[in-house]
Design a protein around this ligand. Structure first.
Ligand SMILES: [Zn+2]
Length: 58
């Protein structure tokens, strides 16, 4: 049986899940798309690379 993880933001089942940062107060896991969106919301002005660091991958 395969565990399917759904993004808490958009509800899509994802292949690669990302852990939200603690200060985002999000309970669950996020897809890469919502993760980068949140990063730009929380850290405007910072240039976020599309390639996320491995440490954020689960
Ligand atoms: Zn998502």
């Amino acid at each position: 049986m395969v565990n399917e993880y759904k993004c808490v933001i958009c509800g899509k089942v994802m292949d690669q899940k990302y852990l939200p940062m603690k200060e985002w107060k999000i309970n669950g896991v996020m897809c890469g798309k919502c993760y980068s969106k949140k990063i730009s919301e929380h850290y405007p002005g910072k240039h976020v690379r599309v390639n996320l660091p491995d440490s954020n991958k689960v």
